[in-house]
Design a protein around this ligand. Sequence first.
Ligand code: IVH
Length: 719
Amino acid sequence: MDPHLKYDNLKEVIRRHDYKYYVLDDPEISDIEYDILFRGLSSFERKFPELLTSDSPTQRVGIAPVSSFKTYEHNKQMLSLSNVFSKSELQDFFKRIEKRMMDVSDYDFYCEPKMDGAAISLIFEDGILTRGATRGDGTTGEDITSNVKTIKSIPQKLLQSSSFPIPSYLEIRGEIYISKDDFERLNKNAIHSDDKVFANPRNAASGSLRQLDPKITSKRPLSFMAHGLGEVRGAEFKSLEALFLNLANLGLPVNKLNKKVNGIEGCIAYYENILANRDSIPFDIDGVVYKINQFAYQDKLGEISRSPRWAIAHKFPAEEATTLIEEINFQVGRTGILTPVARLKPVKVGGVIVSNCTLHNIDELQRLDPRIGDTVVIRRAGDVIPQIIKIIESKRPDESSSIDIPRFCPACNSKIKQENQSDWEVISSLKNDKVKSFGSKIEAEYFINFSNRPEYQLKEITNRAAFIKCSSVFSCPEIVKGNLIHFVSRKAFDIDGLGQEILNTFIQKSYLSDPSDIFCLENYRLDLEKLEGFGKKSISNLLTSINNSRNIELSRLVYSLGIPEVGEATSRNLASAFLDFSSIQNASFINLIELDDIGPKVASNIVNFFKHEYVSKLLVNLIPHLKIKKIIKKNIDEMPLLNMQIVLTGKLARFSRDEIKESLISMGAKVTSSVSKNTNFIIAGENAGSKLNKASELGIKVLSEENYSELINDPKKYI
Ligand code: IVH
């Protein structure tokens, strides 16, 4: 084949794979296959250097650092958006539009998430990416072409599409951002290698874009999403909807959450839906944008003081706020781990008042070094617990000092133990090369034992002070309380009427010191009735629910014990594999490890837990009070949903989520939380959001609640 042709083909094949991987997030080939193709292209270019073009996928980072960026004058001003925070402000926006559009009635609104990143402009001439620039002040920005070329979701050459010819000149505007997952990884690596930690994805994105050395930019996980049009020659677009459809065909990333709607009601419904699903969107957004869909009407409305009249940003409640640290103390949890907690001057953030903020662990405490009196920026995103993301050093009081790590437990004064956390690598001594890394020593050792390769050696990588723990694991009052709270919780014994306050009182009065005591409370009925705030009726209700809870499923009993790292799913697994309690109690490491989903770490946790003298005594006292429900092992033909993966989403009206989950599991199904290619079907209630969207995108069957009842009665109908 003619080398020119071969070269063009090679580049085009890689571009298509880049598009599938980085834009559609749906790769067609494995990373290794991609690597082989890419290396093929590089070696071709070494063989025929005279053919090399700057739009080759190998040339994304071929450019030397610069000492400063050149300024870039935008052809058309890059506008910014006015904001509204409330429905009443939004109504004013719609009124203004209606007034100016009195003579037209056929305009629509186009809604988009408001990405929280950095705006840029990209220019494609005859389909080739020739320039990238920051927004700057809207009139002049900085020329960051070499950095933009390193961003994998930006095509260096537009894809040829049969439905739309490539315009001779096309300026696309959009947002550079870092996804939530990528951001977390970026900061984790930064912590590991002692680099600067970024406050949020937006700062990281705009900082990375403005690196003078494109090699640094290329290492940052930047992505791009188109959200507007600049100057265009040789093509015409009638509406945003048409624009985005064509941009997607040309290989540019377009937000799948964009939607054309009708009127203010349509816009508000869009806002509510995106706000409700904000946590499951893979990148940060700080609101939604409503735009008039048709370009002719956008022109008619024009702009005022750098903002278009045809668009508005409807912002979500602020997720960041500044406040003061009033105190820092250590909270003892159920597992004995002491967690540093900052007590804050109460402040409203993300729509709620926040007055406490976890500092996670000792490692984090030492890294952040927060002090009493510090002014801090806190962030509370969705349901996520509030975090301190930044300390404003300039406002630090003169006489402040770092927080001391306690040496004695604040609850029981016992000695504190420090548990370090390391990563472990298995190294091959033959090649002096890493074979695999592990998060715990026991997993790495297990891997070495079973691979039977004498050349494998264990290497400890980092050694961080991860946790500090109270040494009185089974007697510290806070640990005892935590265990009792867990024991009576909904997924465990589910005892109504034993809330935290009541447990506290009962512990203080010495009616309770471990879970087995709960079943002896009956003996103190008369005393309990006399306690302040209680009475005959409430104690009688409480004792009835305790009595009812004696009849318990094996999996719930296992879960209620609070074995480290043994949650609901593992408990269920153990119950269905061993069928009775004493078999679980006596299971060996080898018995345990044979089960699916149980690794060496969890297996050793289980064995060590039951070995403990305190646990043996507790169980001797506890088990006789219980009536553990027998598990009748079902035949395969009684499990029509065996190994099927099902996802529940949305508000279910007739059945509780737990009920549905239990019945599906009893029929052999696995109920998972996220939709993937392996999901067999989803059961969707009202207001189902992103999971439903993902399921329809992947062509996965969606069942309603009615369908679910049919499924339970007659599964054959659905499989
Ligand atoms: S449209 C005239 N659409 O918000 C319209 N902007 O305050 C200007 N942004 O600089 C931009 N998501 O960085 C538009 N879907 C979206 C957006 C968006 C985020 C940013 C953009 C812009 C700023 C305007």
